[in-house]
Design a binder for this molecule. Structure first.
Ligand code: GAR
Length: 208
């Protein structure tokens, strides 16, 4: 299918990657996942993408020991596949500034809270939901945003709220938030692929 070429960066389970692939299969997103990069050799998502015959590569500390060689390798494969959009879907490494600069406004991230709450350094995966429960907020959610040179600070594309219940655990809350992630991440990619996102300063507007 003609459309944009997407690289998905993962570190673990890869359920957001699956949601993207399902959305492409339903022909909602004009594009293809042309590359999956994992910073963990044993990432479940890497097995899943290989099963689906998607070019998938592990680039991590055990095969590229220093940061410079990892960045060089990542840039090399991104260029080789002529990637238009990078999607961070549960990628737990910091994306190097040189990659962020080269792919300015072409990298998006899914975060399991309503940014700017419970975001930034140290807030990832289940730590986010634990912090939400410990603080006692009554509403949390998920955010898709463009990636800038800081952590979780780039322009917000889509946010969706999720209620926090008294009886919630990290597990129950993360499952509910994940359900929302699987809706809003493909939605944001669809808008990007259709060139419907306009960035004005740090405000993202949709054009029809
Ligand atoms: C998702 O909840 C995602 O929002 C979170 O990791 C999980 C990955 O799940 N990402 C972050 O916390 C990034 N700061 P998945 O591997 O099943 O898509």
């Amino acid at each position: 299918m003609a459309g944009i070429k997407i690289a998905v960066f993962i570190s673990g389970r890869g359920s957001n990657l699956e949601a993207i692939l399902d959305s492409i299969n339903r022909e909602e997103i004009k594009g293809e996942v042309a590359l999956v990069i994992s910073d963990r050799k044993d990432a479940k998502g890497l097995e899943r993408s290989k099963e689906r015959s998607i070019p998938s590569v592990y680039i991590g500390k055990s095969n590229y020991s220093d940061n410079e060689s990892r960045v060089d390798k990542i840039l090399e494969v991104l260029e080789l596949k002529e990637i238009d959009l990078i999607v961070l879907a549960g990628y737990m490494s910091i994306v190097d500034t040189s990659i962020v600069r080269k792919y300015k406004n072409k990298i998006i991230n899914i975060h399991p809270s309503l940014i700017p709450s419970f975001s930034g350094k140290g807030y990832y995966g289940s730590f986010v939901h634990k912090a939400v429960l410990d603080y006692g907020v009554k509403i949390t959610g998920a955010t898709v945003h463009f990636v800038d040179e800081d952590t979780d600070t780039g322009p917000v594309i889509i946010q969706e709220a999720v209620k926090v219940f008294d009886e919630d655990t990290v597990d129950s809350l993360s499952k509910r938030v994940l359900g929302i992630e699987h809706e809003i991440l493909p939605k944001a990619i669809k808008l990007f692929a259709e060139n419907k996102l306009v960035i004005e300063g740090r405000i993202v507007k949709r054009r029809d």
